[in-house]
Design a protein around this ligand. Structure first.
Ligand SMILES: C[S@@+](CC[C@H](N)C(=O)[O-])C[C@H]1O[C@@H](n2cnc3c(N)ncnc32)[C@H](O)[C@@H]1O
Length: 268
């Protein structure tokens, strides 16, 4: 009874995602005011500073980083491209994978990630080298594959050696219908990571929905304590945990998020 109920809700979620509009989602979350690089307190610069700080330690490096539920976005791997030989992006939706492909092939009409890359380079004190980093991103991202975090092997039929790091941003809580399935999804993605490897995760706090064009998508509202407990229970040691409170001027009617968390954890 419980199982069939959960399955019903899950397929409902999956159906809703077919209506996800990548360009509307990018417009809502990755243009000003949320991506305002003249304001330190804007949320996107905060996310980029979190990733940059983790990578600047030199501790997170290796052969392969897998980004789970990438959506149409690439900001989450800008810092990573200097520390991994291969980055694999992944998403459930063909429309999002195509959006990423457009940028990777530098096609006209692709979303412009250059302000994001320039900002990360400025954090590294290498503002004049942003084009080299852009080039490195295009070389390091070697694949954009299908993934389904609800499946025990989320990247099936792609066969991967255990990866050295996983990043995932705003995916688990916005895809899973409830906390139980979120924990199962976390365990599914953890099975792809080698012991000692790092999980870098960003997510929404206190959010119940977001808009991506015509569609309103349900989100499981979670808080900091829950995130820490779920991640620890999945077999990680949490190394870094940071939170950001969404300022009133960034509450722009595209979701009801109250804050954002960033965590870096190491698989035990
Ligand atoms: C809120 S978006 C996050 C996008 C991006 N990572 C970001 O930081 O903005 C959630 C993403 O999860 C993807 N998704 C939906 N169902 C999924 C599933 N079952 N497995 C993996 N990803 C899924 C969606 O296509 C969408 O790109």
């Amino acid at each position: 009874m419980t199982n069939s109920g959960t399955t019903g809700r899950m397929s409902h979620c999956a159906d809703r995602y077919q209506l996800f509009n990548p360009r509307a989602y990018l417009q809502n979350n990755y243009t000003s005011p949320r991506a305002n690089f003249d304001r330190e307190d804007s949320v996107v610069p905060w996310k980029l500073r979190c990733f940059a700080a983790s990578f600047s330690t030199g501790e997170i490096r290796g052969q392969t980083l897998l980004d789970i539920g990438s959506g149409p976005t690439l900001y989450q791997v800008i810092s990573a491209c200097d520390y991994f030989t291969t980055i694999i992006m992944s998403d459930y939706l063909e429309a999002n994978r195509q959006e990423l492909g457009k940028w990777l092939r530098a096609e006209p009409g692709a979303f412009d990630w250059s302000p994001f890359i320039k900002y990360v380079c400025s954090l590294e004190g290498k503002s004049d080298q942003w084009q080299a980093k852009e080039q490195r991103m295009r070389e390091t991202i070697k694949d954009v594959c299908h993934c389904d975090i609800m499946k025990p092997d989320p990247v099936h039929p792609r066969v991967l050696e255990l990866v050295d790091a996983i990043s995932t941003t705003f995916c688990l809580e916005s895809v899973c219908p409830d906390k139980q399935s979120l924990e199962r999804a976390l365990s599914n993605i953890t099975s792809l990571l080698r012991p000692g490897g790092f999980l870098l995760m960003i997510g929404a706090l206190g959010e119940s929905y977001y808009l991506a064009g015509e569609v309103k998508l349900a989100v499981v509202p979670i808080d900091e304590d829950y995130v820490k407990e779920a991640v620890s229970k999945s077999g990680y040691r949490i190394c870094v945990f940071k939170t950001y409170t969404m300022p009133p001027e960034l509450k722009i009617g595209v979701d009801d998020v109250s804050g954002v968390f960033y965590l870096q954890a190491q698989k035990i």
